[in-house]
Design a protein around this ligand. Sequence first.
Ligand code: ZN
Length: 426
Amino acid sequence: MTEKRRTAVLVLDGLRRDFVTPELMPRLSALRERATWCAQHGSVFPSVTRVVSSSVATGCRPARHGLAGNTISLVDEGRLALFDAGKPEFIAEKQRLTGQALAMPTLADRLASAGGAVIFNNVSPGAAYLHDPLGHGHVYHRAGSFGPGREPITGEQALAIAGDLDGDAELVKRFTAEAIEGAKPALALAWLGHPDTTQHAVPLGSPQHHEALRRADAHAGAVIDAVDAARERGEEILLLVGSDHGHQTVSGVVDIDAELIVAGLKDGPASTDVVVAPNGTAALIYVDPKHCDRVARLGAFLAGCSWVGRLIAPDEFGAFGIPADEGLAFALAMAADDEADNAYGVPGLSLAAKPASGKPDRLGCGQHGGLGRYEQSPVLMLDGPGFAAGGAITEPTSAIDLAPTLLAFLGHDAPGLDGRPLQSRP
Ligand SMILES: [Zn+2]
């Protein structure tokens, strides 16, 4: 390992590639001029934050890291039950029911004795803790911060911020001072909540959305400046700036539970024979093995639904990187129209699955999870040794390529990951 090398990663949650323009995002546009731009960067499926976070952390698709969705079903006391992977207690619940949080080591695990990992995160607590479920590094989140051994970090050192844009600004201050300038870990990773959180609440292309993009760009600028200052002091730093997924505009909301009940394929709203895990513009459909006779009829029904864009049966789970979880009968991407515009002229409309447990429907605002062109068009820029200024990688890249790229830069061997180091890609 090359001791003096270290890495910095900044994720702007939910940023679509086509929003990186000189007018809206001057700092990111300037970074693009001196970095290598991934022209066909993609997310994983489903394109939701907790799943992508796990893929960034492990370099593997969900089939290998074992988290199928933001919302999933697990077998609890012999029945299918829904779990929200964003909750702070999710990791303990998944460990209790499946024996593990993630099935592959994270960057925090791999770097524990090689410079360590410091993560600052302003999305859901579950997404934050999935970067380091075993407690090998430092994870800072407003719901609770933890050091090695999952020792709580309290008082002044805890991350007392809000989930809004001001919270992101506060996070960037702490991140640059403590991770880029202070601790200097092998991996310093900041994951900001915006523009994603804004995009879920306002229409894409609206004035409020553009304001959030400008502020997110300024946050990126502060991180770029801190990395540049460290480089001027002689440090060798690889900087990755990007996002986990983009957004589509929600053109309609489908209550999949209600559709299945009307079709006679699910007994009732709270029944556990068939359980739907909504994931924004995607859904996972579980069937209790005691009702496996229902799978064929369910498949035929879903194949005929106009609101289903892509139905994925278990024989295709491998191709889509979906884990063969107990009871998981189908995954689906909701129907999308990538050519149609929203009211602000922003292309990419999708139907969304009605969220579980009374969460808002997001009609007319942004959403993600499926296979639509724009939710599958996140950002990745690679700035530093091994990457040509103003260059582009024109073949498809993915969230799974970040970990192998970072580990290669740090001189770590990590064979057998799903992703590949991007240093040598055309
Ligand atoms: Zn996200």
